[in-house]
Design a protein around this ligand. Structure first.
Ligand SMILES: [Zn+2]
Ligand SMILES: [Zn+2]
Length: 368
């Protein structure tokens, strides 16, 4: 079928809208008429010149839309269902069978390079292949084919155009607090970097009745927003000594620290401010991840460091829970988003890059 998709060919030129031929849905696949898709920093990473997936490629991995058709063997959804698209997973490895698909043993293969037909998913006007199946969806398009495991049905009264980022950025922040830290009332959390991931972690900690929620960033406007969304304390990292300011209020340190920056000096701070038995969660990997920054003596008092993928979410459980919280007004992600028309995709990427918009969402045509 013909679809309109944003194709990334040359990192210097950015995306261009093209009409492509799309194959599918095949066995176990779901065809979705796209309502909207959020833009995440991972899209930016894969649009860059050192992308692990060279162009031409259709990116996009925070899609939401309506099921148009299902391939053979699909039982989870039917035509017309409102769905959020999320990451793919194998369903059979030890993590998947333990409801921890975010730690699927084949996560990278499935989402960035593995599905058998990804090279043949799209064909351009000249008959040349365009890579698809990015994050098991390639949702910067008017239609997308997703794997059944990466499709989550949501309640029909929720505004679909707002929900795509629940498939990645929003469940990454909230899931870290709910699924990984399992934060209890009164416990303390410091969030380093309050973009979409950090701010949804702040919101989740507020829902979990965190005793002290601390936001750390270098953007005064974002810090103000973090306070409005539940942070008790904001530390401007380029104006204050973070550890000193934090310990003036919490001399023991924090129960949990969440790094969303992937900057080694910041990650080091997140570990330093932990109380005994505290956990530092890292949501992204720095480029130079081999550089050592841990003092073993510091870890000896039960402190630990965890890499956290996608908020350790089982999307079939976490996404509907977050939609419910949103509908109750307790997870106000509408405060983070700005909508763009599909042909404004380059501007939306620019606004994410320079921090003008916390979470850009592209409108892709369909409505619910
Ligand atoms: Zn798996
Ligand atoms: Zn993402």
């Amino acid at each position: 079928m013909k679809v309109k998709a944003a194709v990334f060919r040359d990192p210097q030129e950015g995306p261009g809208l093209e009409t492509l031929d799309m194959r599918g849905p095949g066995r176990g696949e779901v065809l979705v008429r796209m309502v909207a898709a959020g833009i995440c920093h991972t899209d930016m990473k894969f649009a860059a010149s050192d992308s692990p997936v060279p162009g031409p490629v259709v990116l996009g991995h925070e899609g939401a839309g309506l099921v148009e058709a299902v391939g053979p063997g699909v039982t989870k959804v039917t035509r017309g269902d409102p769905v959020v698209l999320t990451f793919g997973s194998c369903g059979t490895c030890p993590s998947c069978t333990d409801n921890a698909p975010a730690y699927c043993h084949d996560l990278a293969g499935i989402n960035f390079g593995g599905t058998p037909h990804r090279a043949a998913r799209f064909t351009d006007g000249a008959g040349a292949p365009v890579t698809g199946d990015f994050f098991s969806q390639s949702s910067f398009a008017t239609y997308a084919v997703a794997q059944e495991r990466g499709v989550v049905k949501v309640r029909p009264d929720a505004p679909l155009e707002m929900l795509g980022p629940l498939g990645c950025g929003f469940q990454t922040g909230a899931g870290a607090v709910f699924n990984e830290f399992r934060m209890q009332p009164g416990q303390t959390l410091a969030v380093f970097g309050v973009g979409a991931v950090g701010l949804t972690a702040v919101m989740a900690a507020h829902v979990a009745q965190g005793g002290r929620i601390v936001a750390v960033d270098r953007n005064a406007e974002r810090l103000e927003l973090a306070k409005e969304l539940g942070a008790h304390m904001a530390i401007h990292a380029s104006r204050e000594d973070v550890a000193q300011t934090l310990r003036a209020t919490l001399p023991q340190g924090v129960d949990f620290a969440l790094d969303t920056t992937a900057a080694l000096p910041v990650m080091r701070q997140a570990i330093e401010v932990l109380a005994p038995r505290g956990v530092a969660g890292m949501t992204a990997t720095p480029r130079d991840s081999a550089a050592a920054f841990v003092t073993m003596g510091h870890l000896q008092l039960g402190r630990s460091i965890r890499g956290i993928n996608e908020g350790n979410s089982d999307p079939d459980f976490t996404i509907p829970m977050l939609v419910d919280l949103f509908m109750q007004g307790r997870f106000p992600v509408d405060r983070l988003v700005r909508f763009y028309d599909f042909d404004q995709i380059a501007e939306a990427f620019d606004d994410l890059r320079d921090g003008t918009t916390v979470k850009p969402i592209l409108r892709l045509g369909a409505q619910n």
